[in-house]
Design a protein around this ligand. Structure first.
Ligand code: SUG
Length: 429
């Protein structure tokens, strides 16, 4: 049973506006000049690597930005050009939010429960509402439209509306699954945060986690609180400090509010549970977070587990030393480390695992996915050429109000839809 990786193609308006409170990398890089073309090419290289490892790889599309529809809901009127000019004059930070390419982090697109885990035997996907951050709260309508198109076959899939907006839901970034094989019934772990008065917000509400588990009919669900100390250190999503694959938990010892109870529950409920955990003595939490060690994309390959890591992991001494030990230690299945330059995404706080949504599927269900969302080498070649031709090379904060840049982003988006043979009406445009 293959696990489809759906990566977000980085959009042409990718920029650094420091919009996410609690996301240390994004805050540190606020105001820097971005390189959208390079960012998209870095993402495509990662997709190519996953394909070469023998896994099915697909993509979700960047959303239309700047989002004039959203700005209309904020009181701007007139033709698109007037809306954008008025917003640039009144509230440049709001224009930056309307221009964010944050849909690239598809680990926040939805939560996925594979067919083996659900009461009705369908693969369930709930689109994340992302209400904690205004610039991300505009993503769900386009995400819903894309997922409804990609997973239209109701014999296999159920795509749900987002959780009601009172309760923040950030999707698969706060969800882990433990199962001996993708086809076997799994234990789904929903990790939530609770605000305890710190400077940084908890973005996943426990009620949102419960709502998703309920809507999906998850047979074996476990709800675990993230450590507030980890949130306050910059782990705004659980997948910055913990990730699972198969029966393995790969995590930092400071990830969960109650480490002992969490591990005991996993031991009790996951047959063959395995733990690869970094102690704070070996890898200080701050190093784990700045290097995005636990945001590695863990992939099952023929002879074990491969990790796709960002370059920052190789460059952080404590992290790299610990990883060598993990790889050499024969008692765990991790035996391949692939290091990739994903700096453009990393500078906004998005690592390898943030860039992909995992969808474990039977061969039959995979064949039912709309093929326009799936990749092969040839389509990757064509997408690279498209990005080279249409994506801007650089965006400085002041450029966001430039009508020429806005027109270039719109043209790039149209060219992408044409390349994938997706008609705008199919996405409700
Ligand atoms: O929501 N960054 C994203 C990064 C998301 C990473 N995803 C996972 N951990 N799964 C966020 O904080 C920054 C955009 C800006 O500031 O312009 C941003 O939205």
């Amino acid at each position: 049973m293959p696990e489809l990786q759906l990566d977000g193609l980085v959009g042409p308006s990718h920029n650094y506006a420091g919009l996410s409170l609690g996301n240390v990398a994004a805050t540190l890089n606020a105001g820097a000049t971005s390189a959208p073309r390079k960012a998209a090419l870095q993402g495509l290289s990662k997709m190519r690597l996953v394909l070469s490892l023998g896994l099915p790889q697909g993509l979700l599309l960047p959303h239309r930005r700047p989002n004039t529809l959203w700005l209309r809901g904020l009181g701007f009127e007139g033709a698109d050009a007037e809306v954008l000019a008025a917003c640039a004059a009144d509230d440049p930070q709001l224009l930056a939010a309307a221009s964010s390419a944050s849909a690239m982090w598809t680990a926040n697109a939805a939560t996925v429960s594979p067919a083996a885990d659900t009461a009705d035997g369908l693969t369930h996907l709930t689109v994340a509402n992302l209400v904690s951050m205004p610039h991300r709260s505009q993503e769900w309508p386009e995400t819903l439209a894309q997922l409804r198109l990609a997973f239209a076959d109701s014999r296999h899939f159920a795509v749900h509306w987002p959780v009601a907006p009172g309760f923040g839901d950030e999707g698969a970034a706060n969800h882990m699954r433990f199962a001996p094989s993708p086809a076997a019934e799994g234990v789904e772990v929903f990790v939530y945060g609770v605000g305890r008065g710190g400077a940084f917000p908890a973005r996943q509400h426990p009620r949102a986690s419960q709502a998703v588990a309920r809507a999906h009919g998850v047979k074996k669900a476990l709800f675990v609180e993230q450590a507030d100390a980890a949130i306050q250190a910059g782990a705004f999503h659980n997948d910055v400090v913990a990730v699972s694959n198969g029966t393995l938990l790969f995590a930092h010892e400071e990830a969960f509010a109650d480490r002992g109870a969490t591990l005991a529950a996993l031991e009790a409920r996951v047959p063959g549970f395995q733990l690869v955990e970094a102690s704070s003595a070996d890898v200080p939490l701050a190093d784990a977070i700045s290097a995005y060690l636990f945001n590695a994309a863990l992939l099952t390959v023929e002879d074990g587990i491969a990790l796709i890591l960002p370059k920052e992991a190789e460059e952080t001494e404590t992290v790299w030393r610990w990883l060598q030990r993990v790889r050499q230690d024969g008692s765990n299945p991790i035996n391949h480390l692939h290091v990739m330059d994903l700096r453009e995404s990393m500078k906004n706080g998005g690592g390898p695992a943030c860039l992909r949504l995992r969808v474990p599927l039977s061969e039959e269900a995979l064949a039912a996915v709309d093929p326009r969302f799936l990749l092969d080498e040839r389509r990757l070649d064509r997408l690279e050429r498209l990005v080279e031709a249409h994506w801007p090379q650089a965006i400085a904060p002041a450029d966001l109000s430039d009508p020429e840049l806005q027109a270039q982003c719109a043209a790039a988006h149209r060219a992408l839809l044409a390349e994938l043979a997706i008609r705008p009406e199919e996405l409700g445009f």
